[in-house]
Design a protein around this ligand. Structure first.
Ligand code: GDP
Ligand code: IMO
Ligand code: MG
Length: 428
């Protein structure tokens, strides 16, 4: 799970865990996600395809909780095949909802109308697609296989949107006939991948297999528990894995939260530890903090232990993976927020629910020593300078969650595996 505001390095971690997994499942979000995997000179950026696909034949599922833009998934499959990657293991839930051309237009329109108040969405149609799902006007992957049903459902879904879509009345992508034809074509192309994905997960679990659930976005972007309304339209927390993949809470043994050694956020909304000055710019440059999906510059800030503790509790984290520790090298001293300071001297030890407090909250920091040694070659905790180890210990202590892995660079091998992480691999 992403334990911050997204882009924590979930793709890299999932890729590593996927090696031993029988099944990898995406269970929420859509192609608003951008998950990067670096293997030598090859860089892969996945938006919908689960980050286990690079292992030939690995069962990679897109669960019922995901919203699927069929054009995007076909594009990803084409690109992977062009690069020689075997994509036969991909399965898409027949119950997953589709992103339609009008969802993209409505996302765009909604943001434009909000003007200065805009969320800064990825404009991939995510919010409107989940809205239609809740309104029972959604079109599902299985509908792609039946022309009559598809056309009828599109017509029904379009009807209540006429008013908002008026500015796009002449847009060819909105023509009922063209849309039906296009989506039937996508259906034909995706048919070999369409499956009862929950049954595949049950079979793997029932035969003691290892299933990795790959989160997208991050806890603070959760529509219920995040910084609403500056959130995404799904639940990027561990509980959602049950709903979005079709398993029970008791099927899940471990919940790992991925967190950067600092914090980034892309899009608008409160960010109590944000850095506007030189240090913020330095983090952006050193961490290449530009969005995988939209290319936007990510906002940067100090480690926020109030938000991370909140994420630990919400997800029931059993382990923390700290990524991008290498990016902090040379920044001395470092700061970590252990509480928030609000208006008129108020202090918050816990993540505040009140929107107007959160918008004004600023971090109350503890100063910690930085380090100057290059840590990108560290492969054991003992290889790290004492200041880096103290920094990690401070995070673990304040969240009450043990650190199971530490990432010190984008490459696969730039990872410190603790005993706990190795044990999981061995169990598999
Ligand atoms: P995700 O959305 O959570 O999968 O994360 P993104 O892929 O959007 O962003 C993480 C970025 O950081 C990617 O470009 C990764 O290649 C890169 N990355 C991951 N781990 C590390 C690390 O430990 N150090 C550095 N310098 N980069 C990393
Ligand atoms: P990964 O999986 C970071 C943000 C957007 C915006 C808000 C709502 O790569 O971590 P949406 O398009 O979802 O309606 O936009 O959520 N957002 C992300 N930020 N990483 C992501 O995914 C994100 N997916 C959505 O920037 O603020
Ligand atoms: Mg990302």
């Amino acid at each position: 799970m992403g334990a911050q505001w997204g882009d924590e390095g979930k793709g890299k971690v999932t890729d590593l865990l996927a090696e031993q997994a029988d099944v990898v499942v995406r269970f929420q979000g859509g192609n608003n996600a951008g998950h990067t995997i670096v293997r030598g000179d090859e860089v892969y950026k996945f938006h919908l395809v689960p980050s286990g696909i690079l292992y030939p034949g690995k069962l990679c599922l897109i669960g019922n909780g995901v919203v699927v833009d069929p054009r995007v998934i076909i594009g990803e499959l084409d690109e992977l095949r062009r690069r020689g990657v075997d994509t036969n293991g991909l399965r898409i839930s027949a119950n997953a909802h589709l992103i339609m051309p009008y969802h993209l237009l409505l996302d765009h329109e909604g943001e434009t109308k909000l003007g200065k108040l805009q969320i800064g969405t990825t404009r991939r149609g995510i919010g409107p697609a989940y809205a239609d799902k809740a309104a029972r006007l959604g079109i599902r992957v299985q509908d792609l296989l039946d022309e009559k049903i598809l056309k009828q459902k599109i017509a029904t879904a379009l009807e209540p949107k006429r008013q908002s879509l008026r500015p796009y009345a002449k847009d060819p992508s909105l023509d009922l006939h063209t849309m039906t034809e296009d989506y039937l074509r996508y259906g034909h192309r995706l048919e070999p991948h369409i499956a009862d994905t929950q049954r595949i997960v049950w079979d793997a679990l029932d035969s003691d297999g290892l299933v990795v659930f790959e989160g997208a976005q991050g806890t603070l972007l959760d529509i219920d528990h995040g910084t609403y309304p500056f959130v995404t339209s799904s639940n990027p927390i561990a509980g959602a894995a049950c709903v979005g993949a079709g398993v029970g809470p008791r099927d899940i043994d471990d919940v790992w939260g991925i967190a950067k050694a600092y914090v980034t956020r892309v899009g608008a909304g409160p960010f109590p530890t944000e850095l506007d000055g030189e240090t913020g710019e330095r983090l952006r440059e050193a961490g290449h903090e530009f969005g995988t999906t939209t290319g936007r510059a990510r906002r940067t800030g100090w480690m926020d232990l109030v938000a991370l503790r909140y994420a630990a509790r919400l997800n029931g984290l059993t382990g923390l993976v700290i990524t991008k520790l290498d990016v902090l090298t040379g920044i001395d001293p470092l700061y970590a927020a252990v509480r928030y300071l609000g208006p008129e001297g108020s202090r918050f030890d816990e993540f505040p629910y009140h929107q107007s407090i959160l918008h004004k909250a600023r971090g109350d920091y503890v100063e910690l020593s930085g380090w100057h040694e290059d840590i990108s070659g560290a492969r054991r905790i003992e290889d790290l300078p004492q200041a880096a180890r103290d920094y990690l210990d401070f995070i673990a202590e304040h969240t009450g969650v043990p650190i199971v892995m530490v990432s010190v660079g984008p490459e696969r091998d730039q990872m410190i595996w603790t005993e706990a992480a190795r044990r999981l691999q061995k169990v598999a």
